[in-house]
Write a protein that binds this ligand. Structure first.
Ligand SMILES: NC(=O)c1ccc[n+]([C@@H]2O[C@H](COP(=O)([O-])OP(=O)(O)OC[C@H]3O[C@@H](n4cnc5c(N)ncnc54)[C@H](OP(=O)(O)O)[C@@H]3O)[C@@H](O)[C@H]2O)c1
Length: 284
């Protein structure tokens, strides 16, 4: 039995779809905080169970009979170490044989503020004694393609990543990597995969390709971290989240979202989705 947390999230849905291509639905469990959002999965024969990170009782009962678990990191920044610990405790109580966790690239050394909770979760997993594998996911290409239409209207995209390279990959690439690990028989506990896109790009290169493929002008405007955080807050992001995103871009400028690791393409058996394809998909 394979279970996936956050199964109604953007990455979780892709993982479930990918699992359903190779694993019978009756061996799959979707762990969700709102079962009503998972009607589609239930209709396809997946066992949908309520599992709220903030309600540890739901986690223990939801993990009954589960052999392998994908813990997709939560989205509530600042709450995640405690929430992930609750999932690890429940997995231990239920004798889960393998817990696969989605962390962040270079989590052990990364200065990004976002890396802290991942580092703490990795330490909690190690301390728990639950057999585990860590997927240190790089940046999603969608972090940039989702804003492309708006940027093209403005003719400009702003950021604070300077000449920093992003070895980003799509959620579909990371979903396939997670499924490869969840379905293989030869996992070794403690294995860490650094998952990075095959092809790296700077934000200026992203803007140039976006311009070429759309036929519209688009330039990249770099700004100091604090100014970029201010801009994000001005367009409606909560100030704390804006500061975290700006911090990540500043970290990228220093190379913390770049990696030459080939773990992703090895796991998925192909290069990660080319940036050109991801941009074309977004434009369509
Ligand atoms: N690599 C990157 O560039 C990048 C970017 C953004 C985020 N991330 C990380 O990757 C994770 C997955 O990405 P995503 O795009 O799939 O994010 P997402 O669409 O926001 O999905 C997050 C999932 O976590 C679930 N969740 C949040 N709080 C929960 C709680 N208290 N109990 C149970 N489930 C809870 C959500 O449930 P609902 O479906 O009910 O909302 C959702 O399914 C994120 O949560 C974040 O940790 C990575």
């Amino acid at each position: 039995m394979i279970a996936v947390t956050g199964a109604t999230g953007q990455l979780g849905q892709k993982v479930m779809n990918q699992l359903l291509t190779t694993v019978p639905a009756e061996q799959l469990v979707a762990l969700v905080r709102s079962p009503d959002k998972a009607a589609d999965l239930a209709g396809r024969g997946v066992d949908v169970r309520k599992a709220d990170y903030d309600q540890p009782d739901t986690l223990t009962s939801a993990l009954a009979g589960v052999d392998r678990l994908l813990l997709i990191s939560g989205s509530e920044i600042g709450q995640r170490t405690r929430q992930h610990q609750a999932v690890i405790d429940a997995a231990k109580a239920q004798g889960v044989e393998l817990l696969v966790y989605t962390s962040i690239l270079s989590a052990d050394k990364s200065p990004l503020k976002l890396a802290e909770e991942h580092r703490q979760t990795e330490a909690a997993l190690k301390a728990s004694g639950v057999p585990h594998v860590i997927l240190r996911n790089g940046w999603y290409t969608e972090n940039y393609t989702m804003g492309l239409a708006g940027s093209l209207e403005q003719g400009a995209m702003a950021g604070a990543a300077g000449e920093g390279v992003f070895n980003a990959a799509t959620r579909q690439d990371y979903a396939e990597a997670a499924v490869a690990v969840l379905t293989r028989e030869d996992n070794t506990s403690g294995t860490v995969y650094e998952l990075a896109g095959t092809e790296g790009f700077t934000l200026a290169q992203f803007a140039q390709l976006g311009s070429e493929l759309s036929g519209k002008p688009l330039t990249y405007q770099n700004m100091p971290e604090a100014d970029f955080a201010g801009l994000l807050a001005q367009v409606g992001l909560p100030a704390e989240f804006a500061a975290i995103l700006a911090d990540s871009e500043a970290g990228a400028a220093d190379g913390w979202l770049a990696s030459e690791s080939k773990d992703l393409e090895t796991l998925i058996g192909r290069p990660s989705t080319p940036l050109k394809t991801a941009i074309q998909d977004a434009l369509n």
